[in-house]
Design a protein around this ligand. Structure first.
Ligand SMILES: Nc1ncnc2c1ncn2[C@@H]1O[C@H](COP(=O)(O)OP(=O)(O)OP(=O)(O)O)[C@@H](O)[C@H]1O
Ligand SMILES: [Mg+2]
Length: 309
């Protein structure tokens, strides 16, 4: 029998669904993961084995094959631990295979079976909602996942709590979507003395969403003014907050795993490399420009930037 559960692979903020299949067959004991998995995924074998042992379960002395489909899509990251463990438990008949097949899961396992937070939970939860699947993630990511509307979110502290939930002996409470307390305090525009024209330009740029290029003698207060732009922007509306949180989620920068209504303010140093500014690279991670979406990208000492020259 093949047990399966859905998971995801990321390319930028795009989510590709991955089908995690586990088959336990007769033969020499082995545990193999196939399907273009990188090092972190291959190591998941040891974490899964240890996590099952922590629950008093040992792997059956049979041939266990884990396939991550589609096989031509590169799978990276530690978030495949949880779906592999769940499909394995379903194949071992510890969890009900039919129910498990209706879920999308991601999460990293510790050796003691507890679940560690991973990046990208919000876009994954939204992908699960689009396919009308349930969603399983680590407890720490629950408030982030709860932002996806209309899905069942299970956010257990550890693997055992999840097994007990499916057995009906300990029901998990659904996590609540939380907004971060907007503790973000931007410097105040009132600190700037005089400079009425520059302040007016700043206000117009903030109101209309325009770009600003500041030119002037050293010490004129250019950096001082620019740092105060984010503080006079209106708070994010719900759609904008979700859009930037998706980017932060994939970059692993979502603070406290909660959505924030504060405008992003990014001020990369001028020695920053081109990929760190515009994103990309092998793993297609968002760069400073994407992280400043709907907020302020402050390039202090603009002519010094080697990356954009
Ligand atoms: N209008 C102002 N009100 C209050 N403080 C000011 C004002 N203009 C300048 N300052 C003071 O001068 C300091 C230097 O200003 P700032 O660093 O913004 O200059 P700059 O125009 O960015 O210069 P540079 O071209 O050297 O980067 C500020 O930290 C602030 O203490
Ligand atoms: Mg300056």
């Amino acid at each position: 029998m093949v047990a399966r559960i859905a998971s995801v692979a990321f390319s930028g903020v795009d989510v590709k669904e991955v089908d995690v299949q586990v088959r336990i067959a007769n033969g020499l004991p082995a545990f193999a993961i196939v399907g273009l998995a990188d090092k972190a995924v291959a190591e998941s074998r040891e974490r899964v084995r240890a996590a099952l042992e922590s629950m008093g379960l040992s792997l059956p002395p049979k041939r266990i094959t884990v396939n991550l489909a589609p096989a031509d899509l590169l799978k990276e990251g530690s978030h495949f631990d949880l779906p592999i463990a769940l499909a394995l438990l379903a194949a071992m008949d510890v969890l009900p295979p039919d129910e498990i097949a209706g879920y999308l899961a991601l999460g990293e396992l510790s050796l003691d079976g507890s679940l560690s937070p991973v990046a990208g939970v919000l876009p994954a939860a939204i992908a699960a909602a689009a396919k009308a699947r349930g969603f399983i993630c680590p407890a720490a990511c629950g408030p982030e996942a709860a932002w996806a509307d209309g899905i069942t979110v299970l956010a257990p502290e550890n693997l055992l709590a999840l097994v007990n939930h499916f057995k009906g002996s300990q029901v998990l409470t659904p996590p609540r979507a939380e907004l971060a307390e907007d503790a973000e305090r931007y410097p105040d525009l009132a600190d700037v003395k005089g400079q009425e024209t520059a302040k007016r330009a700043l206000e117009i740029a903030a109101a209309g969403g325009h770009n600003l290029l500041m030119v002037g003698p050293p010490g004129a207060g250019k950096s001082l003014l620019a740092q105060r732009l984010a503080g006079i922007l209106p708070p994010l509306d719900a759609r904008e907050a979700l859009a930037i949180s998706m980017i932060q989620s994939v970059a692993g920068e979502l603070k406290g795993k909660r959505l924030s209504r504060a405008r992003p303010f990014r001020s990369p140093h001028h020695s920053a490399s081109l990929p760190s500014l515009v994103g990309g690279g092998g793993k297609a991670r968002p760069g400073e420009v994407s992280l400043a979406h709907h907020g302020v990208l402050f390039l202090d000492e603009l002519p010094e930037f080697s990356g954009i020259r």
